[in-house]
Design a protein around this ligand. Sequence first.
Ligand code: THU
Length: 135
Amino acid sequence: MTKINIEQLIQAAAQARQLAVAPYSNFLVGAALLTRTGEIITGANVESASYGLTCCAERVALFKALTDGKNDFVAVAVVAKAPDGATPCGACRQLLAEYAPNAGVFVADSRALKKIHRYTVAKLLPRAFTGDALG
Ligand code: THU
């Protein structure tokens, strides 16, 4: 994947962030998944007055993609207004480990989109529990 692709993916996440529904935290997050075939699927966080029902941007993007038949992901970008950006939470790491285990994770602060921090799903959640364990 070229640097330009990653920058485009970050841009897509930044754009998706504008559509976050986060009236309680006002912490807007955008995510963008890249499939092996070059498709981008975006999502943003959606909050509930019953706070625990909130769904993170990463999972919204993942659920959108999966239920649209897309399941071969090479990268995910996450943009939030936070120093050095926000890496996926534990719940999102679990879902990413199950459905995007080989993906690169690219994170940026919405105020510094060109400063991209690079991780992998495997690095963020080593020794993940997966369906393999269920036999
Ligand atoms: N959030 C995300 O969407 N992704 C993350 O990686 C971290 C947290 C959301 C959940 C909630 O709506 C808000 O950010 C504050 O936690």
